[in-house]
Design a protein around this ligand. Structure first.
Ligand code: ATP
Length: 442
């Protein structure tokens, strides 16, 4: 972590096509970012890993994809219209705006230096609004969802009635959320448009404590499976004044970002708050009938809520290393877990002539059926290796004159820079095995 600064991550992201500033040609839009060719692969890989972990590997979690725009009553019921606010102050001199809880109100304005220039704190609702249809009045007011969770709660009955799920069970969803954040900074850490990976786990009220502990442990293990350094992860329990309006207990999983320990994921014990409120506001019953005991109750909910776009930043920061190879030679390498690497294998030839390019093409074509590949036909091999190191490609395969004789190629490992020869015909199978057994430094 010592090498990593946010400037280096931003610069690498732009240079190699992970993340660009949104609408950059117009000067950019504060708090909005675009994912480039490598960024979208990394983001999808994280999403797929999470989805597999949460749905496929648990027989009691199902998926959902709810709409971003929901009936506006949803947000009254959830408490967001009333409570989803941050305290905000303005500098009367330069008009800069700050979150009152993130600034010393007795100090001069950090932008213009004016003294005693802050307004009284005011509540600022973080939800973006829009209108449905051509008439823009209160009756057509809609909100861009500030969390994906409510899409799950309003579908609770649908899922229970249309599937065979039985409590305890979970509903998982990945999708966009929008928050009109007063201050957006630190690159993609805090943005106005972002993606969440949420799972709401419905349990018997008396078992909420047990399942809360279960999910805390499961979720921290997930980050370790992703190859994140355990020493860059920790829990932080919310104190009484930090708890969200719906929570009875909450832990954050924090990651050691370049700017310090910050939240990556929230694990919340939400009681029956959401289902009870939706029952009140909609008039629909949200009770669950336990077929075995004949008990009826409104389930309690344990939520695991992770930021997908924030996880992209985590993955980049955790993987980044500037490695000193001696004599002033420094290589930048992303030690991404191969599951996350945008490109799994790069294929190249030492020279393009004498039929070597064709062999490399043939090899790459065979591999692309089952993994993301890149064919490197220009530049010298050393430079290509360095370029692939910088984007986190775990394996490079190089075709040379010996390949023509014995159909073997060199495999070069990103982390250790070790090289060995393997039969071309076994490349896919070998790489699959290396990926499965990967440990950092391989
Ligand atoms: P904060 O206190 O930092 O504003 P929060 O506690 O309100 O965040 P949650 O509502 O628990 O965040 O959201 C769950 C997850 O969604 C967070 O852990 C984070 O990873 C992600 N997230 C929340 N807000 C943003 C944002 N503005 N930009 C990017 N990711 C976000």
């Amino acid at each position: 972590m010592s090498d990593v600064t946010m400037e280096k991550i931003v610069s690498l992201s732009k240079r190699r096509g992970f993340v660009y500033q949104s609408s950059e040609i117009y000067g950019g839009l504060s708090g909005s970012w675009d994912y480039g060719p490598l960024g979208i692969e990394l983001k999808k890989n994280i999403q797929n890993f999470w989805w597999r972990e949460m749905t496929q590997l648990h027989d009691n979690i199902v998926g959902l994809d709810a709409a971003i725009l929901m009936h506006p009553k949803t947000w009254h019921a959830s408490g967001h219209v009333e409570n989803f606010t941050d305290p905000m102050v303005d500098c009367k001199n330069c008009k800069s705006r700050f979150r009152a809880d993130q600034i010393d109100l007795t100090a001069p304005c950090p932008v213009c230096g004016a003294k005693n220039s802050f307004t009284e704190p005011r509540k600022f609702n973080l939800m973006f609004t829009t209108h449905l249809g051509p008439v823009q009045d209160d009756s057509s007011l809609l909100y861009l969802r500030p969390e994906t969770a409510q899409g799950i709660f309003v579908n609770f009955k649908n899922v229970v009635n249309s599937t065979r799920v039985k409590i305890p069970f979970g509903i998982a969803q990945v999708g966009k959320a929008f928050r009109n954040e007063i201050t957006t900074k630190n690159f993609i850490f805090r943005t106005v448009e972002f993606e969440q990976m949420e799972m709401q786990f419905f349990v018997k009220p008396s078992e909420a404590g047990k399942w809360f502990e279960f999910w805390k442990e499961e979720r921290i293990k997930y980050y370790q499976k992703l190859g994140i350094h355990p020493e860059h992860l920790r829990f932080h329990q919310h104190g009484p004044d930090e708890l969200a309006h719906y929570a009875i207990d909450a832990f954050d999983i924090q990651f050691l970002f370049p700017m310090g320990w910050q939240e990556l994921e929230g694990i919340h014990s939400r009681s029956d708050y959401d289902l009870r409120r939706h029952a009140e506001f909609s008039g629909e019953k949200m009770e669950y009938l336990d077929q075995e005991t004949n008990e009826r109750y409104i389930p309690f909910v344990i939520e695991t809520s992770a930021g997908l776009t924030r996880s992209v930043l985590m993955a980049l920061c955790d993987a980044y290393e500037e490695q000193n190879l001696g004599e002033g030679d420094v290589r930048t390498v992303l030690h991404l877990h191969p599951h996350l690497s945008p490109v799994k294998v790069a294929v190249m030839a030492v020279v393009k002539k004498d039929g070597l390019a064709e062999i490399a093409q043939e090899l790459e074509k065979g591999l692309r059926e089952e993994m993301t590949t890149q064919l490197e036909m220009t530049g010298n091999i050393g430079k290509n290796y360095r370029r692939q190191d910088e984007i986190g490609t775990p394996y490079c395969l190089t075709v040379d004159y010996q390949t023509k004789e014995d159909r073997t190629v060199t495999i070069r490992f990103r982390d250790s820079m070790r090289q060995e020869r393997i039969p071309m015909a076994e490349a896919a199978q070998r790489i699959r095995a290396f990926m499965k057994d990967y440990t950092r430094g391989q």
